[in-house]
Design a binder for this molecule. Sequence first.
Ligand SMILES: Cc1cc2nc3c(=O)[nH]c(=O)nc-3n(C[C@H](O)[C@H](O)[C@H](O)COP(=O)(O)OP(=O)(O)OC[C@H]3O[C@@H](n4cnc5c(N)ncnc54)[C@H](O)[C@@H]3O)c2cc1C
Length: 465
Amino acid sequence: MSDTQTKTAATTTGAETGAATVRWGDRDVPVIQSRDVVVIGGGSAGAACGIRCAREGLSTLVVDRYSLLGGSTSNALVCPMMPTYVDHLQILNEVEQRLGADGTPTRDDYTTMIWFAPEQLGMVMEDMLYEAGGEALYDATLVGVVRDGATGAITHAVLAVVEGIVAVAARLFVDASGDAALARAAGVPCDSGDDEGVNQVSSLRFTMGGVDVERYRDYVLSLDDHFSPLVDGYFFESAMVAGRDFKLEPIFRRGVEAGILREEDLRYYQTFSIPGKPSCLALNCPHVASMRSNATAAARSAALREAHGTIRRLARFLHEMMPGFEHAYVMQVAPLIGIRESWRVRGSYILTEDDYARQARFPDGVVKGDWYIDVHSNKKGLFHRNTYQHGDYYEIPWRSMVCDEVPNLAVAGRCISTTFLMQASVRIIPTVIDMGDVAGSACATSLRTGVALNALDGSQLRRFA
Ligand SMILES: Cc1cc2nc3c(=O)[nH]c(=O)nc-3n(C[C@H](O)[C@H](O)[C@H](O)COP(=O)(O)OP(=O)(O)OC[C@H]3O[C@@H](n4cnc5c(N)ncnc54)[C@H](O)[C@@H]3O)c2cc1C
């Protein structure tokens, strides 16, 4: 993405003129579609936003560089949804109903996690988007924007697609790219990482099949391991973090002694069941701690190369040494590295860890969050701040989902306007789906009333008392 190009204001706007091309930098780019709303990024937040926009009767296009909605769930293989104890909005509730419509379990008997298979969420959301009249444009990567020189509004998103460089016009745009790709392209100030630019640790997730999960669970429980409350039933979760007294650490140490694992491979290990796939586990590892900043393609590529080696060592160790994995094999390595945190938009309000601590309420609070501050820290291993009882929550204000610079831009998902620490709470899947749901309603309100997204009265967008 070129700053020079993306900050260049348009001299003509295809959205207003219906022009077949739009000037972007020094070239004329064909305008292939014109919509009420274009959502950049079809992850959990962007898909939810697209669904809501389409249900509100807006012509809606959800753009994603990959081939299925779901974002980090489909492509980084993230599952399940972490537990929350707040009321959620309609789309999330319907997503869960649909995930379980064919009898596939979505709930365990112990937690409020919502379980799903990585590809399942994107499929369900794709159905919901198209049933509502929306569409996805896959295999389309945002590379820049065109802005109206007078108002600062984005008029076009410029995309790299199979036919070349094209543009899509819209009246409103939503950045649900996780990386704040659209906001950065439009020149909105963004921050990445902590005060030193160090990001949360990324992980490259993978799945294994052929696992005798019951044998594995019996072994873990035989160690007197109380990490997981899921002592029986369909689902099981396990974990090991070196130096934290996890009961599984000794067997991992034996893997190091046997020359199969390296010391750094013990940094973080976690497994989750996958509904509908009884002999499969999703592995939330390895951590790629060597990547301190994920802000460049080169850093992400080096991290992938490193993680591919770690996955091979972990899989061999599990197969050779872990009870229950005797016949196990790697099913899938995520095609996308799991980015917990990268750029965050500097919006009209920056939600902070103080807001978490005081369980902040706002007149324009539109989403409730209660996940703890869950930092996979490059510096400290894990950093957790958890002061909530079930029922406690903070609110995310609408102002954290808009910015002062671009009137027709909303932001949804893990790149909304927060501090580094606070992002570690808002980022979980149920919360970002609610953000997308609200952003979609806001788009409808904005177009109905003629009030810019960043001038909307957020108190009118609240759906709870
Ligand atoms: C390793 C890991 C483990 C996690 N574990 C859990 C967990 O167990 N439970 C839980 O609830 N949460 C978990 N999370 C957090 C959660 O998965 C994410 O924060 C959440 O899915 C983010 O959703 P999103 O829609 O904001 O972004 P994403 O899901 O990342 O979606 C962003 C989308 O934008 C697209 N995009 C980006 N740039 C462009 C571009 N230039 N052009 C076009 N498209 C673009 C991407 O392809 C992607 O589809 C985890 C995260 C990670 C990384």
